[in-house]
Design a protein around this ligand. Structure first.
Ligand code: KIV
Length: 266
């Protein structure tokens, strides 16, 4: 397989058991371009953009219009990566028809390759209907941020055997419904390993330990730009300090008359 070829859904699926999959979120054109150049095969336009881009407390206020705008920018920046967009809260829960229309908009208007939605057994019929329409779906089980009001917070899921069994059942239902990949968020590493063995789709972990087929991080956590960085994330660069220093230096230079030094002449 030529490394410069576009990452497709079958190609990502085939990575299970061969090569671990590196996935990062992106919400804008320049970040998508850089991820693509760095060879990241899978880019997620997460509804985490509610927090990282729009300053909301949760993902709940994110709309289809928000997703379409940001997903379109990411698609324009990603030449080879497979781009997946989150379906925002209430864009797929009220009916299968509504889910198909909204997922279709993300493919038609933003140009993404696939959509992601949250939930297991409860949305397996919706996943099946989308897949039958030719819309590739990434599943998401474990911690479901769109249900934070019902679950009461962002914490490790599947801590009892009963809760773990439910999450495994959710993942199996999504696998059978045709998901090409499944995100496991904030579940014990032993459960992630069990699910990874049980399903045919690659599992993509976040706060789920090392035994998944791939990993995803919120790009702002990786770059040290998030206000609160989860304990499972790894900060690969501290862009907050780099940006803060640049902004402060610029302000001082303007105030002291040291910028600009370039003298425009006719
Ligand atoms: O919205 C998002 O960024 C996500 C990832 C955390 C998996 O769903």
């Amino acid at each position: 397989m030529n490394a410069k070829e576009k990452w497709t859904v079958p190609r990502v699926r085939d990575m299970k058991g061969r090569q671990r999959i590196a996935c990062l979120t992106a919400y804008d054109y320049p970040t998508a371009r850089l991820l693509d150049e760095a060879g990241i095969p899978l880019i997620l336009v997460g509804d985490s953009l509610g927090m990282t881009q729009l300053g909301y407390e949760t993902t709940l206020p994110v709309t289809m219009d928000d997703m379409l705008r940001h997903a379109g920018a990411v698609v324009r920046g990603a030449r080879r990566a497979l781009v997946v967009a989150d379906m925002p809260f209430l864009s797929y829960q009220t009916s299968v028809e509504q889910a198909i229309r909204n997922a279709g908009r993300l493919l038609q208007e933003a140009g993404v390759d696939a959509v992601k939605l949250e939930g297991g057994v409860i949305c397996a019929a919706t996943v099946r209907a989308l897949v039958e329409c030719g819309i590739p779906v990434m599943g998401h089980v474990g911690l479901l941020p769109q249900r934070v009001r019902a679950t009461g917070g962002y914490r490790l899921q599947g801590r009892t055997e009963e809760a773990a069994a439910q999450i495994e059942q959710d993942a199996r239902a999504l696998d059978e419904a045709g998901c090409f990949a499944i995100v496991l968020e904030c579940v014990p590493s032993s459960l992630a390993a069990r699910i990874t063995r049980a399903v045919s789709a690659p599992t993509i972990g976040i706060g789920a330990g090392p035994h998944c087929d791939g990993q995803v991080l919120v790009v702002h956590d990786l770059l040290g730009l998030s206000e609160r960085i989860p304990s499972f994330a790894c900060t690969y660069a501290n862009l907050r300090d780099v940006m803060y220093d640049a902004f402060s230096k610029y302000r001082r230079d303007v105030e002291d008359g040291n910028f600009p030094t370039f003298l425009p002449e006719p």
